[in-house]
Design a binder for this molecule. Structure first.
Ligand code: HAM
Length: 427
């Protein structure tokens, strides 16, 4: 048995993963992001210093341990900290700014596994480091929206501003005052949050706390002018791009590094907390906090398993990863040898070809060809060996044609290009 909260990604699922990776790469090309991959294992202190010791992700969920060299390390719970470390470590500050990076890979949180929540899960993420302009926030929000909305999902962006080091302390004072007055009515966890991380009381999932938060002071009323202007601009850009959003004071995010804009991506009607498809925000202090020069940044990340679950329930069409055009079937040792060579030739020419050379029964081979949904099978048996021909079988109609072995490549090229013209074969 595998560990709780860890899942195998089986061959039958791969087409969804390929679909998402391809789409992420397409978005990266369109919007000018470069790929970065940082190690899965980092110094644990990287995450405590960035995500924050009082967050659930660090205090309860981090896979941290001391390695053989006595170093305290951790499996990354998210991608932003590693990317920021790398930006500093590799002097990316000296490149033209902003630096736009994307990544995808597994993340680890020792949370209670349930639908949509795993201990190993995958994220893809986009980060823009080195630019404070609100247009960056709006572009990233648009990307996160388009990624799903263009596929037909009804997407809602829930957006908020969490202020900055100037205005947030004032707001936290007011909020803490409000929470202290209702402390006895808060759930147990929120009574602790009130002391350690009062913002998180705002997004508590307990019904009782949610009701009490309706009257809570709102951060938007306490933003400094800079944060307010920034937020208004982000919203104006989103209006311009016709991205639907909802102002939501509960979006405070579960990581400490955020400043100003914060957003989450939901499918409409599924805004339970563990159902966020993704989330992001500005983190203008993080580079400096991790030892770099003060550098603004903004980014988002999305959970890939959650996206796949939504694709499935919404019947989003995803083409199979392996859809061979041709199948080669053989009968007899000499035919098998000839087919082995033909197979290599066709692969070199760029065809996707399936085979089962270890099988001897023609019936078994053609059954497999049918299962794979192949349009044409190329068959060489004893008769074809003697005649120097190949039997081409249209797997749909069952029609067969005898073609001279030496002309097979021209023949297949014509046959398949006609298929493409008729829109029957994916190019
Ligand atoms: P996050 O909101 O913690 O943000 O995670 C982003 C997304 O990862 C979530 O919306 C969800 O889809 C997925 N996710 C998180 N935890 C789990 C889990 N246990 N099981 C399955 N999926 C999960 C971040 O991680 C930030 N680094 C995002 C960011 C990038 N902010 C700025 N740049």
């Amino acid at each position: 048995m595998n560990l709780r909260g860890m899942k195998d990604i089986l061959p039958s699922e791969q087409r969804y993963w390929d679909f998402i990776f391809n789409r992420v790469q397409q978005f990266a090309r369109d919007y000018g992001f470069q790929r970065i991959e940082t190690p899965i294992l980092e110094a644990a202190s990287l995450f405590t210093r960035s995500v924050g010791t009082e967050t659930d992700i660090i205090s309860k969920e981090m896979y941290a341990f001391v390695d053989q060299g006595g170093e305290k390390v951790a499996l990354r719970p998210e991608g932003t900290a590693g990317v920021t470390r790398s930006y500093i470590e590799h002097g990316m500050l000296n490149q033209p700014q902003p630096v736009k990076l994307f990544y995808y890979g597994p993340m680890f949180r020792h949370d209670r596994p349930q639908a949509g929540r795993q201990r190993q899960f995958w994220q893809y993420g986009f980060e823009i480091i080195g630019e404070q302009n609100a247009v960056m926030d709006a572009q990233l929000i648009t990307m996160s929206y388009k990624f799903y909305a263009e596929l037909g999902l009804a997407i809602q962006i829930e957006i908020n501003s969490v202020g900055c080091q100037q205005c947030r302390p004032g707001y936290l004072k007011v909020l803490t005052g409000y929470l202290k007055n209702i402390k006895k009515d808060l759930c147990e966890a929120c009574q602790v949050r009130l002391l350690k991380n009062p913002l998180r009381v705002l997004d508590c999932s307990e019904k009782g706390c949610q009701d009490l938060m309706v009257g809570a002071p709102q951060i938007l009323d306490h933003l400094c002018n800079e944060c307010k202007d920034h937020f208004v601009l982000v919203l104006e850009y989103l209006d311009e791009l016709e991205v639907k959003y909802n102002l939501n004071a509960k979006i405070v995010r579960g990581l400490d590094y955020y400043t100003k804009t914060a957003w989450e991506i939901f499918e409409l009607g599924r805004d339970g907390q563990q159902e966020a498809l993704g989330g992001g925000g500005r983190y203008d202090s993080l580079v400096q906090q991790l030892g770099g020069r003060a550098t603004p940044a903004v980014g988002f990340a999305c959970g890939i398993e959650r996206a796949i679950a939504r694709f499935k329930t919404n019947d989003i069409a995803v083409s199979p990863v392996y859809a061979p055009q041709l199948y080669i079937a053989q009968l007899g040792l000499e035919a098998r040898k000839k087919c082995l060579r033909l197979y290599e030739t066709l692969l070199r020419k760029g065809y996707t070809v399936a085979e089962s050379f270890s099988k001897s029964s023609l019936k078994d081979q053609l059954e497999l060809a049918n299962k794979l949904g192949v349009k044409y099978s190329l068959i060489i048996g004893q008769k074809e060996m003697v005649d120097g021909t190949v039997l081409i079988r249209d797997m749909e109609s069952g029609n067969q044609e005898v073609v001279d072995f030496n002309k097979i490549q021209d023949y297949m090229a014509k046959l398949l290009s006609a298929e493409v013209r008729n829109g029957r074969v994916d190019d």
